[in-house]
Every structure is written in C-alpha cells, then in structure tokens.
Design a protein around this ligand. Structure first.
Ligand SMILES: [Ca+2]
Length: 155
C-alpha cells in the first residue's frame, strides 16, 4: 500500500477569520527526489478560500519562498494547491509563492551538503539571522555573500 506523502504540507483550511495567524515563513528548504507514488506532491498547501488573498498577498503573514524544488529521477515537483494538483510553474504564478525559489538539481554531496562552489543553492537563500546564525554543523552563517538554501552553508 502506498500512502500519499508530501515533503511540506501546510493545511490552513480550518483557520477562522477571527484567528490571528501571521509570521509564517517556509524558506530555505531543499526538496529533491521527493518520492510521491502514493498520490502526494512535493508540496501541499491548502489555504482557507475566503482568506487566500489575505494570506498570500500580505508579505509579512505567510511567506513560502527561497525553496529549491527538484523532481530528480524518482520524484515529483508537482504542487497540491487549494485542492488541485498543478505544475510548479503554475503554482508560482497562481500563488505568488517561491518567487526567489529554484527548480534545478541542487548538486549536493552524499551528506546533503553543497557538493562544490557551483551548487545553485549557494548564496541563494533567505537570511534567518534574526533567529540563528549557524548551519546544522555549527558553521557560522552566512558564508560568502548570503545564506545558502538548505541546512548547510557550502564551500
Ligand atoms: Ca552562503
């Protein structure tokens, strides 16, 4: 039995207009070769229809950006968005999400770090310095001009 799976799932269908939702940031993730044979997609985002405009168009409330989404050999870059399964390109244009994101091979090594200085994730991320300033290994961030997408700063 294949169970649908998503690398990132954001389901805000049950948010009420009286709820105070804000400051949600989904950034700097690498989704590559996301295996979705059970009917899932790389990313699933369901927003409350009556509030979609408010969420998506209010820059400070809900940001999905600076993520790398790459199907690879065995994965998917399809997106579940408000009940439909759509292409990455359609999702970007319909939602305004991932404006600064990438859809390209991240060129990672076996430890999931940027394999070389030519990896596209290098200096392509969003600064989260107000929350923390090191990568998963404790290496100070940023190295180079900007944060890298992913858990590690590259060479
Ligand atoms: Ca960097």
């Amino acid at each position: 039995m294949n169970i649908p799976a998503w690398a990132i799932m954001i389901d805000l269908l049950h948010i009420q207009s009286s709820d105070n939702v804000g400051d949600i940031r989904i950034v700097n993730n690498i989704i590559s070769n996301c295996f979705t044979s059970g009917g899932g997609q790389a990313v699933l985002i369901n927003l409350n229809d009556t509030q979609t405009e408010g969420f998506i168009n209010t820059d400070s409330d809900f940001i999905v950006d600076y993520n790398l989404i790459y199907a690879g050999d065995n994965g998917s870059s399809l997106i579940g968005y408000n009940g439909s399964v759509i292409s990455y390109a359609d999702w970007k244009s319909e939602s305004g999400c991932n404006k600064n994101g990438l859809r390209i091979d991240p060129l990672l090594d076996s430890g999931l770090r940027p394999a070389s200085a030519s990896s596209p994730v290098i200096d392509a991320g969003y600064s989260l310095s107000r929350f923390f300033n090191s990568d998963f290994n404790g290496t100070p961030r940023p190295r180079g001009s900007s944060w890298d997408i992913g858990a590690f700063e590259g060479p």
